[in-house]
Design a protein around this ligand. Sequence first.
Ligand SMILES: [Fe+2]
Length: 126
Amino acid sequence: MAVKLNHTIVHARDRRASAEFFADIFALPRPTPFGPFLDVEAANEVTLAFLETDQDIQVQHYAFLVSEPEFDQIFDRVKARGLDYWADPAHRRAGEINRNDGGRGVYFNDPAGHYLEIITRPYGSG
Ligand SMILES: [Fe+2]
């Protein structure tokens, strides 16, 4: 089997604001235009294709596996922007991170309201 996720569409109210948010917060390469999309590529070659819409945005969940040093850097940027963050996907534990699977994890939202997550250990690996 060699089926790999290659790209997905991320709906945005303002595609540039959302794409630049992802690129900045995760220290990914600058967004590049592709047709109606602004593409941001993750380190595992999955393209996040930001698409602007005036319709209601159905909130999605995007989780990123990062190293421990990257967690510190990303989390510092989350805090520097004054973003709300939570230890859990239900947003009950505000201002906390979790220690699931022997690593660290935290949730925060992108400008369109999508639920983002960074983890240092894959689910179930601890
Ligand atoms: Fe998750």
